[in-house]
Design a protein around this ligand. Structure first.
Ligand SMILES: *Cc1c(COP(=O)(O)O)cnc(C)c1O
Length: 384
């Protein structure tokens, strides 16, 4: 631009004269304006004489694993420095645990971030992302953020992925398929045989994301082994998290395992320095606390079995639960049931008009959930 001469109207003067100067605010992209808000699990309202429990976010009720607080505190002492950009110690620890090359790993601020990054890296505007519905509520949001279209394939009546219907939904615009196993919020997981049959049909140009946020809690015949699966397919990536079984939800750290070109794309779009030194240290320390982790996970799984039995004994039709949560398909009563729980000091996660998800928490909280549900169904049955 040539310099403005004296007496000539400047660009600033020109802009000042534009009539729309004060009438139009900056507008985000259309796809951003339609994003539904992410509804977080609510914290309990304190009540006098009643201990409250939060069963609304699938968090781990346990404090950090042994050694984790100390490692975090030590890392916190260096907070004047940026964290290691490449999270190299964490990559090495994960590579050793999973027996994969470090180039096949990517870490981020929770596996939600990895899912956002995958859609951003692989979708052009208008491309289609197939996922089950109801499933993890971050999926349609992540698709919108990437300006992609979310294609929701209804679950079967028992809360499972309808993999055949998901195959049928594939079009030339399909770029990514998200498989949530176990499925949040309904609970069932897909089997390896089902997954293998599915992957044999999915075109190799379509990226399949196995969201295994709850992998550690799965206890079923023929469970999915995401790491073995990605080794056999160049279009499969697995996402996992330290938020659930490892109990680090507040520190935000998750990882992806997949072929090098996919993890390289994840790194390319990642926010630099997202995973803090504290989170990296906590994750590494958690990985080396396997016996304590295994014991806690077993206890939570045993509690899940107990809760499921209790709910079914009350006559409730509860789908299989392979995560650290159960699903109560109360339909139109979902919100009312959540209010009843709240009155009894339990915060659950209602999905209005559909159902209620309740996390497996402290034994006392689990007992109370079963009591409320039993009372609820008995009153309803008597009333009808
Ligand atoms: C909780 C959860 C995640 C991961 O959450 P982060 O805390 O971001 O790691 C991913 N997928 C599903 C289905 C979840 O329920």
């Amino acid at each position: 631009m040539p310099p403005t001469r004296v007496g000539e109207p400047s660009l600033v003067d020109h802009l000042l004269r534009r009539r729309d100067r004060l009438t139009t605010a900056p507008q985000p992209r259309c796809s951003i304006q339609s994003i539904p808000p992410y509804v977080p699990g609510r914290p309990p309202t304190p009540r006098e004489g009643l201990r409250s429990y939060k069963l609304s976010s699938n968090e781990n009720p346990y404090p950090p694993l042994p050694g984790v607080l100390a490692a975090s505190a030590e890392a916190a002492a260096g907070m004047n420095r940026y964290p290691d950009l490449g999270s190299s110690v964490l990559h090495d620890a994960l590579a050793a645990r999973l027996e994969v090359p470090t180039e096949h790993l990517a870490v981020a601020t929770g596996s939600v971030a990895l899912i956002y990054q995958l859609l951003q890296a692989f979708c052009e505007p208008g491309d289609e992302v197939i996922h089950a519905w109801r499933s993890f509520e971050a999926y349609p949001i992540a698709a919108s953020v990437a300006a992609a279209t979310s294609v929701r394939v209804p679950l079967t009546v028992d809360g499972r992925h309808d993999l055949d219907a998901m195959l049928t939904a594939i079009t030339p615009r399909t770029r990514v398929i998200l498989v949530c196993t176990p499925n949040n919020p309904t609970g069932p997981a897909v089997t390896q045989a089902e997954l293998d049959a599915f992957l044999a049909v999915v075109p190799s140009r379509v990226l399949v994301v196995l969201d295994e946020a709850y992998a550690e809690f799965v206890r079923m015949a023929d469970p999915v082994d995401g790491v073995t699966t990605y080794r056999r397919h160049e279009n499969v990536v697995v996402t996992r998290t330290f938020s659930k079984a490892y109990g680090l939800a507040g520190l935000r750290v998750g990882y992806a395992v997949g072929p090098a070109p996919i993890t390289a794309a994840l790194r390319a779009v990642s926010l630099p320095f997202g995973v803090t030194a504290i989170a990296q240290a906590a994750a590494v320390a958690s990985l080396s606390a396997q016996p304590a982790l295994a014991e806690r996970v077993e206890t939570l799984v045993a509690e899940r079995v107990r809760v499921l039995d209790g709910l079914r004994r009350a006559g409730l039709d509860v789908p299989d639960a392979q995560g650290n949560f159960v699903w109560l398909g109360f339909g139109d009563d979902a919100s009312d049931f959540a209010v009843a729980c709240e009155r009894a000091g339990i915060v659950v996660r209602p999905f209005a008009g559909d159902g209620v998800r309740a996390s497996i928490g402290e034994p006392e909280a689990n007992d109370r959930l079963v009591e409320i549900a039993t009372e609820w169904t008995t009153t309803r049955t008597r009333a009808s």
